[in-house]
Design a protein around this ligand. Structure first.
Ligand code: ZN
Length: 286
């Protein structure tokens, strides 16, 4: 079977053709411009490729309720031209094949649980820390949607005692994303994360916030693995700091080997690498 996949991001659209084994045969990248310009290129790519179905993992928020009048629409987003745009309706009309649609982070979660670091695991959480913070959750083998879809990056967390930065979230100022996204690091310290030295207190504060997010998701969703991706997590010195902070914050409350003994195999980096987004979108169609 030939399956199409789209990783629809705020800066680029990655389109690919693959199969149900998670093999990618072909891949192209287009910049995210207006919906008309970008989707015309996307549809031209998929025309005559003989794909049977298409998976789309999209930036959001997006409407995932099948019986909603605005199902498949991008909702309130900082990318103004995309607000209230019917992305799935557009693709269905042009390509005339079944389309499977979810948030980019839910797609990444499913990709890692299908072929990646959480392969075969039915309960896991994927958190991306980059331009924004988002999370996807797989519970009993199913992606969580509910009323809308989780917005795990906007939970309320407590401040580090040494942090006086106001926060970057346009809605909540000092929510999780407001305090720990890539842009918040840059504004707080006056330089990008990749230019801040490994020993800088920035990383202790960053780990303190990411650990709080993780602790909240452990306590509410009881995941068997936590996967941390996104640009900020390329700073690999964060992983041991985050693991240590998670243990400290939980204070022996959860008596499980995953946390008390084997936390190095509990909080992990993703495994699917540069094709993670595409493979996630592909997994949505299975
Ligand atoms: Zn927020």
């Amino acid at each position: 079977m030939r399956i199409g996949a789209i990783e629809a991001g705020g800066t680029k659209f990655v389109c690919g053709i693959g199969n149900e084994k998670g093999e990618i045969f072909e891949k192209v990248i287009y910049p995210t411009e207006t919906p008309e310009i970008t989707l015309k290129k996307v549809c031209n790519f998929f025309q005559n490729k003989k794909i049977d179905k298409l998976g789309v993992g999209a930036f959001g928020p997006i409407d995932l309720k099948p019986n909603s009048k605005t199902y498949g629409y991008i909702k309130k987003t900082p990318k103004l031209e995309w607000i209230d745009f019917d992305i799935i309706g557009y693709l269905e009309k042009e390509l005339k094949i079944p389309i499977f649609f979810d948030t980019d982070v839910n797609a990444a979660t499913l990709g890692e649980a299908t072929w990646g670091i959480a392969k075969g695991i039915k309960n896991c959480v994927y958190i991306t820390v980059g331009t924004g913070i988002g999370g996807g959750a797989l519970v009993n083998g199913k992606l969580v949607h509910g009323m809308l879809h989780p917005e795990m990056g906007h939970i309320i967390i407590k401040r580090h005692p040494k942090d006086t930065y106001k926060g970057k979230c346009p809605f909540h100022s000092d929510c999780f994303e407001g305090l720990a996204s890539g842009p918040s690091l840059k504004e707080r310290w006056g330089k990008e994360g990749k230019n801040i030295s490994e020993e800088h207190i920035a990383w202790d504060i960053e780990a303190f916030y990411i650990a709080q997010g993780i602790v909240n998701f452990i306590l509410t969703l009881s995941p068997e693995k936590i996967i941390l991706g996104g640009g900020v997590m390329k700073q690999s010195q964060l992983f041991p700091k985050i693991r240590r902070e998670v243990v400290l914050l939980l204070k022996d409350y959860l008596q499980t080997n995953e946390i008390l003994i084997d936390i190095d195999n509990y909080i992990l980096a993703p495994k699917l690498g540069e094709n993670a987004g595409l493979l996630g979108a592909l997994a949505l169609t299975l």
